[in-house]
Write a protein that binds this ligand. Sequence first.
Ligand SMILES: [Zn+2]
Length: 480
Amino acid sequence: MRSIRWYTWVGIVILFLIATVGFIKIFNSINNMAHSDNMNVKVESEEVDHQIQLDIETKEAGDLTSVKSIPFTQVKNIDQTIKKWANEREQSFFTEMKESDLLLDYKTSAHFSLESQIKPIKDDIYNIVITEEQSAEQTSNYKKMKTYTINLDEEEFIHFEDIIKKSLSSNKLFKLLQNNSESNLNKEMFQKNDDLFSKIDWTISKKDIIFYFKAGELSKQNEKIEVPLMQFYSYLKDDYYEAFITDELDESIKLQQEEERKQKEEERKEKEAQNKEALQSRKMVALTFDDGPDPENTPKILDSLQAYNAKATFFNLANNAEQNPDIVQRIINEGHEIGNHSVSHANLNAVKRQKAEQEIINSKQMIEDVTGEEITLFRPPYGNFEDDTQKMINDSNQDIIMWSLDTRDWETKNTNEIYQTVKNNVEPGSIILMHDIHGVTADALPKILSYLNNEGYELVTVSELQPYIEGTNNGAYFGY
Ligand SMILES: [Zn+2]
């Protein structure tokens, strides 16, 4: 009994001494390091090329060592920024070691290092990847990455946001990262970062753009994700495409683009052929009625259309739409389409720019105020437009819709002639021009509808017909 107790006591005393000595030793080392006393400091330089060198600073104090290799470029703001960052990292390591429980846990050596890899990219652009490592004996290594891209000629840093086009949203970037990572990334974590694009650590290799994220930025651990430039190049601003994309890769990209173009062209042709076939089998035709709504004739026309379950398109004058909102609403309720036919039927080729603007743009707004829906079809009065008015129409998000079959209803004023004109000229894809302000048109319609119905024609709105007549030589119905 007694001898066991004696040995135990000796053991405890010895352990206590070891712990105290270890503690004092490492505590002194840290203090020395932090206060630059009793510290062994060595600085060496290594030339990378004529513009840039690597400064390697080694500090030793007891069992603490620190090695920092960082670039030196002779561009003041660049050198100072990197050096300031490096010193801050080192200081924070020392502070952490001081406060850490490691000191009480028999650990007697610790190591800090920054190792820079300098990659010339093009001309005066260099990429610097700094690996930071911290280790304390018997604890797991801590490692993280910091990157800088510098332009020595411009004497500035190049941030991620500087190299990309606006088309790269944080959503798109997240998708690219997730597609190229095996980890389950956290989108909320990613998008929570303020000025995400200015802070991202990135570097370029010949084939990839490489991203480094610290734990908590994209997932719980540090992430290194390589996104192939083949997937990323379209987001690079032209200058940086030139700087980052090698000739070899550029060739592959051009080949891929050519492949994609060919494939798209083939798909387009196939779609066109399918549409042509559908147009012939469904025999789609669009009836259009201009200049209304008219309180007397438009309702009659709507009744006839309803009887044949036919859909049509009404190109309203904005003034008339404003005066007949109930009829406009009925047109929409019954599944027809409303287009814009200007405010007051002005000849766009004969008016000044300001008036043309009113006729094209104000009219759209006026009709939308009545319908509550966006108006995207425009039929110019008399079919008249020139380059500048076409631009005005298209810029306000309206397609120009012409016609392929003119009934000349306003001229003949004869129901049979109107009917005969349709009967003799109609074909799948026709856009038929009529006017819902004439009684004669309303009177001719039942016979026309009966004929088209018997012949198996399907009466659809212009928007429904549009995709089926694209690329056909059935007349230029609409322009962009
Ligand atoms: Zn008209």
